[in-house]
Design a protein around this ligand. Structure first.
Ligand SMILES: Cc1cc2nc3c(=O)[nH]c(=O)nc-3n(C[C@H](O)[C@H](O)[C@H](O)COP(=O)(O)OP(=O)(O)OC[C@H]3O[C@@H](n4cnc5c(N)ncnc54)[C@H](O)[C@@H]3O)c2cc1C
Length: 416
């Protein structure tokens, strides 16, 4: 079958890879010259299946109220005259209800654990390298009350098949000695030994190359303007830019990240995806800084920052801002991430070298992506992966390839 995959972020590329592997004739389209140049460019790097739970939870409401009006708040709502933003916010609040949190957690856990296994299998099959670290993720606390809360929560997560190990302060330092120099001492944490980290951008570009070696075609610099329908089928996509053309195919997969709703709306398909802006900083490590930098991926519970070692760089990412499609880098928010890193690993950052970045997470109120069929028989979705796109990429890419091929995806997840 000829399959057109629209969007070459980590989600479109994994879709293209598994579709090519399943024997389809795949064309992958992106407006950027190369794959992985938008939200998949500089994320937090975590494959955090052990922490794949929705942000919308009963605990989050008091925290959001506490953060209101703070420019450096981890979660910030900037009100706009945009109904989609308000609708998303209200639906997010509804998903904080305990019953909904429970259902969403179960749903995400199924896909996330499957996805981590798919990534391991893909790595074993292809030998792909992307500065991966496969020694787990440590979520650490610097406050006793917080430690107690995350420990209680770790027990509760067992029922979803998610194994979190509660660790004392000395155990945390044995796992990551670099934390021993933190300005505020670590009091304990939770370790997920099977989690991983790595550079999503390197992975996306290298996997796209492997897909091309296996016969896929990459059309970069081609903007998807619209898709044409006839009855219950999509017949072609219209591309503009240097590669302007009309491309016909037998099946179409939408993986345009935060921009998916715009393409789908004229077809009468509405998905609750809204951009949730986040920031990261990347610090190149000198030989001396490399010695004091952490070697495994960390989640800082108090600062709401994730930190990943990517070879000779350190990436720290966090914050969420509901502020439309604005992609400007906010200096205050990046400075707050940098201050946090400097407090944890004194002496690490040569500020002149720090590379700030902003990206738009394609977020749904439930945190679960829209993967599967639509009312058009040959139009498929793989989008809306929000805070967990890197974590869920291989599982959803593989699942969509199965669905397009007419086979059951074999994963415990609520597909569309
Ligand atoms: C600060 C931050 C930290 C994060 N940390 C993590 C983490 O640690 N772990 C994790 O699992 N996830 C994390 N994420 C989330 C993850 O990065 C995203 O969920 C993921 O990158 C989304 O991938 P995507 O392919 O759906 O979107 P994108 O990477 O944005 O890909 C969509 C592609 O579609 C293309 N496109 C859009 N519109 C058009 C058009 N009209 N025509 C042609 N092409 C088009 C774009 O150019 C883009 O390449 C983080 C995100 C942010 C912002």
């Amino acid at each position: 079958m000829r399959v057109l995959v629209l969007g070459a972020g980590v989600i479109g590329v994994t879709s293209a890879w598994y579709l090519t592997r399943a024997g389809h004739e795949v064309t992958l389209v992106d407006r950027q010259p190369d794959p992985g140049l938008e939200t998949s460019r500089a994320n937090g790097g975590q494959i955090s299946a052990g922490h794949a739970e929705p942000w919308a939870s009963p605990d989050v409401i008091p925290k959001v109220l506490r953060w209101l009006g703070r420019e450096d708040a981890p979660l910030l709502f900037r009100p706009r005259a945009d109904w989609a933003q308000w609708e998303w916010g209200l639906r997010f609040l509804r998903e904080c209800l305990p019953g909904r949190f429970e259902r969403n957690t179960r749903n995400l856990a199924g896909l996330a654990l499957h996805s981590r296994d798919c990534l391991k299998a893909l790595r074993a099959e292809t030998g792909i390298e992307y500065d991966q670290v496969t020694r787990g993720i440590l979520q650490f606390c610097v406050d006793e009350a917080e430690f107690e809360a995350v420990s209680r929560h770790a027990q509760a997560m067992n029922r979803y098949g998610i194994r979190r190990e509660v660790k004392s302060a000395p155990e945390c330092l044995a796992i990551e000695p670099a934390l021993g120099r933190a300005a505020t001492p670590v009091v304990g944490g939770v370790f997920t030994p099977e989690d991983e980290s790595g550079d999503a951008h390197k992975f996306t570009q290298r996997l796209a190359r492997l897909a091309v070696e296996r016969g896929a075609v990459f059309l970069g610099g081609a903007s998807v303007e619209a898709v044409e329908s006839a009855g219950d089928r999509i017949v072609a996509a219209r591309l503009s830019g240097a590669k302007a053309q009309r491309v016909e195919a037998d099946a179409f997969v939408v993986a345009l990240g935060s921009y998916s709703p715009q393409l789908l709306r004229p077809l009468g398909i509405r998905i609750p995806v809204y951009p949730l802006k986040g920031y990261s900083i990347t610090i190149p490590l000198s030989a001396r800084a490399a010695e004091i930098a952490p070697t495994i991926s960390l989640s800082d519970e108090a600062g709401k920052v994730v930190i990943s070692r990517l070879g000779d760089r350190l990436r720290a990412a966090g914050t969420a801002e509901l502020n439309g499609y604005d992609l400007q880098v906010n200096a205050v928010r990046c400075a707050s991430i940098l201050e946090r890193v400097k407090g944890l690993f004194p002496g690490i950052a040569d500020e002149a070298q720090v590379e700030p970045w902003a990206g738009l997470r394609p977020a749904t109120p439930t945190n679960a992506p829209a993967v599967g069929r639509t009312r058009y028989s040959n139009l498929f979705l793989n989008t809306g992966h929000g805070t967990l796109g890197w974590t869920l990429a291989c599982g959803s890419g593989r699942a969509i390839a199965e669905i397009v091929s007419g086979r059951p995806p074999g994963v415990d997840f609520a597909f569309t």
